[in-house]
Design a protein around this ligand. Structure first.
Ligand SMILES: O=c1[nH]c(=O)c2ncn([C@@H]3O[C@H](COP(=O)(O)OP(=O)(O)OP(=O)(O)O)[C@@H](O)[C@H]3O)c2[nH]1
Ligand SMILES: [Mg+2]
Length: 197
């Protein structure tokens, strides 16, 4: 069977990719499944594309197999685009989802609901050895809630209300999140490239 490595150590992302690849006949493994000694990758770029390429290309260099990386984040209009490319490390390192949520809610305390618009972005970089890196981008529009709610998903899901809903992504089932998420929108564009693996 065809195989792909997902260059992520994020359990939430890995689960969402596995749910998708299960349907395609391609076996997907994340870095949490790989035993090889792999380099620690510092996300030094200033763009989602740059960091996605960095993660995919470094792992593909070592393993010599098709690799997909995801660089994603939350963009809040009232915070001038923060946390953006620094979403994982917004409240400092080591990364902590709850501290990141607390920081966003605190900074937005004085901001009214209609000015709390935000979006998730997901940039995927696919590296197939000896081919050019392929990029796909997906978005999920919505707004930041005033309080956190829900325990499904990961990251900022408990404070993100997708457009057209009145509950957070963390209150949706994983199946429902996967129908509308930035990640599934990016994956939908990737599908045509997967036959080259
Ligand atoms: O509520 C959320 N729902 C999502 O669907 C989602 N996707 C990404 N994010 C957050 O954005 C940052 C990504 O940073 P990131 O791309 O560097 O990933 P990461 O460092 O967690 O793992 P890795 O893939 O780099 O190993 C992290 O803070 C994630 O929590 C999400 N939050
Ligand atoms: Mg990261």
């Amino acid at each position: 069977m065809k195989k792909i490595i997902i260059a992520t150590k994020n359990k939430g992302k890995a689960a969402e990719f596995k749910a998708f690849f299960n349907k395609t006949g391609i076996e997907a493994y994340s870095l949490l499944d790989v035993n090889n000694q792999l380099p620690e990758i510092e996300e030094t770029e200033k763009t989602f594309e740059g960091n996605a390429a960095l993660k995919a290309e470094k792992i593909a260099d070592v393993l010599g197999v098709p690799v997909l990386a995801d660089d994603s984040g939350l963009i809040v209009d009232a915070l001038n685009g923060e946390p953006g490319v620094y979403s994982a490390r917004y409240a400092g390192e080591p990364t902590n989802d709850q501290a990141n949520i607390d920081k966003v809610l605190e900074k937005m305390q004085a901001i009214s609901q209609e000015k709390r618009t935000a979006r998730f972005i997901c940039v995927l970089a696919l590296v197939i050895p000896d081919s050019e890196t392929i990029f796909c981008t997906g978005y999920c529009e919505g707004e930041i809630s005033s309080e956190q709610a829900g325990t499904n998903g990961f990251g900022y899901d408990p404070i993100f209300i997708p457009a057209g809903y009145s509950i957070t992504l963390a209150q949706l089932s994983s199946k429902e999140k996967n129908k509308i998420s930035h990640r599934s929108n990016a994956i939908a564009q990737l599908e045509k490239w997967l036959q080259n693996i």
